[in-house]
Design a protein around this ligand. Structure first.
Ligand SMILES: Cc1cc2nc3c(=O)[nH]c(=O)nc-3n(C[C@H](O)[C@H](O)[C@H](O)COP(=O)(O)O)c2cc1C
Length: 178
């Protein structure tokens, strides 16, 4: 059975819930591990066929040390180390064997409409994935929260399960690299 690794960053639990829902969608067809970026391996094993990464939008991009500190000070987020997250992991990790296919997701506010269109954490994630030499299996997906500390908007976990299932189909049945 092909393998997938889902690596996420989450300050308030929403991106973590999405990561686990994606894993549920993947799991009928792939063996799946889900891990927080701060605990993710330094190398992507040669047996990994699909890498899925995702986390929240912070100030129109991926979280960084200053925005994580902002989340702690402004919203009471509880995190162990503001200097470690998905961006830092993607900057340091190395594929150990043949590069797996990859896909990115982010979580973001569902308002105001202009901001929904502007912010792009997933775009930065995709850039970092390409920088690792990975090809993208599918376009990034975005999942909505109703406020900075969550919760997820209605139906988002189900949508994440369905996206995971579609990714698994693409891995198992094959698709051209992009
Ligand atoms: C410091 C900070 C900056 C944020 N900036 C944005 C933003 O630019 N665009 C947006 O849609 N949401 C923004 N948000 C809301 C986050 O997207 C939201 O907290 C996140 O999706 C929740 O996911 P999590 O529970 O996994 O951390 C911001 C939140 C924080 C704490």
């Amino acid at each position: 059975m092909a393998r997938a690794l889902v690596v996420y960053e989450s300050l308030f639990g929403d991106a973590r819930a999405i990561a686990h829902a994606i894993a549920e969608g993947l799991s009928p067809r792939l063996q799946v591990d889900v891990v927080a970026a701060a605990e993710a391996p330094a190398e992507i094993g040669p047996d990994v066929d699909l890498l899925v990464v995702g986390g929240p939008n912070h100030a129109f991009s991926m979280p960084r040390p200053s925005t994580r500190r902002g989340a702690v000070e402004q919203y009471g987020a509880r995190i162990d180390d503001p200097d470690r997250g998905l961006h830092e992991w993607l900057e340091s990790v190395r594929p150990a064997g043949s590069a797996p296919r990859a896909a990115a997701f982010d979580t973001r506010s569902d308002h105001p409409k202009l901001v929904v269109k502007l912010d792009h954490a997933a775009r930065t994630e995709e850039k970092l994935l390409r920088g690792l030499g990975l090809s993208l299996l599918a376009p990034a997906e975005h999942f909505f929260v109703t406020d900075a500390q969550g919760p997820l908007a209605d139906g988002e976990e189900e949508r994440a399960r369905q996206w995971g299932a579609r990714l698994a189909d693409l891995v198992v049945e094959g698709s051209p690299p992009s």
